[in-house]
Design a protein. Structure first.
Length: 132
């Protein structure tokens, strides 16, 4: 496979993998915790924190998107972002162990965080070596 085709495949994977997290982040920003539980009124502090966390999440996703056009040159940025996402995924896994299994959307998120992101990081490193 040529480096250019491999680059396009990695770009496509990253773009597709971002669809669900972007949707979740925007919903969290727009709807706050009600995004997860529309049946009860939640405390204002929880709402503020939830929107803040989703703002960070959305910012991380924007930085990921900025890597797509020249993905072979953005290894340091992708590794930084990836480490944040993997750490978050580990905390999600901890929650699963302590509190119980999350909803399907969060299980998919965990798969992205602990499977897809490490694959993207390894693939990007391989691709970067091929372009140097």
């Amino acid at each position: 496979m040529s480096p250019v085709i491999e680059k396009r495949l990695l770009q496509a994977l990253l773009a597709v993998a971002m669809v669900l997290p972007i949707t979740a982040a925007v919903s969290g920003i727009v709807y706050g915790p009600e995004f997860l539980d529309r049946h009860g009124a939640l405390a204002r502090d929880l709402d503020s924190h939830f929107r803040y966390i989703n703002g960070l999440f959305f910012g991380i996703l924007c930085w990921y998107a900025s890597c797509i056009p020249a993905i072979e040159r953005h290894g340091p940025r992708l590794r930084l972002l990836g480490s944040l996402v993997i750490f978050g995924g580990l905390m999600r896994a901890l929650s699963w162990g302590l509190v119980g299994p999350p909803s399907l959307g969060h299980k998919i998120g965990l798969g992205i965080e602990l499977v897809i992101v490490p694959i993207v990081l390894l693939w990007q490193a391989r691709l970067a070596r091929r372009f140097t």
